[in-house]
Write a protein that binds this ligand. Sequence first.
Ligand code: UDP
Length: 141
Amino acid sequence: MERTLIIIKPDAFQKGATGKIIDRFIEEGFRILAMKLFRFSKEQAEKFYIVHKDRPFYSELVEFMTSGPVVACVLEGENAIKRVRDIIGPTDSEEARRVAPSSIRALFGTDKGKNAIHASDSKESADYEIPFIFSRLELVE
Ligand code: UDP
């Protein structure tokens, strides 16, 4: 069993896709261990995405992620990190529509910035991201 973090980004939340996205993960057999609606401050978003601090899109990403509310969930399942990454599709939603038309980014994202959803990309990322967003008390056992 493995745990991973997803964040429904401001674009997908704003267009009312939250329920459909969460339903997709339930249908795919994942268990929801935690869930929260909140809005990132600039400082929190900068720290959450600190691995990207030297990438050219960092400030744009922080601006986007603070532009409105998001919904974060911890999902549990076998091989959850890889399986969730497959379900969300490639970073660029336009590419996702070509190569993975039923992926979440293909269905609800716009481009390579506004791409509907975040998901941990490795065990190391999940181990940083889950406790960043959720306290132990907020995770069901
Ligand atoms: N991003 C962006 N421009 C780019 C690449 C990425 O705005 O050229 C944003 C996008 O929202 C992406 C996030 O930065 O989801 C993190 O990028 P990463 O390469 O880690 O993609 P992911 O792991 O989210 O697929």
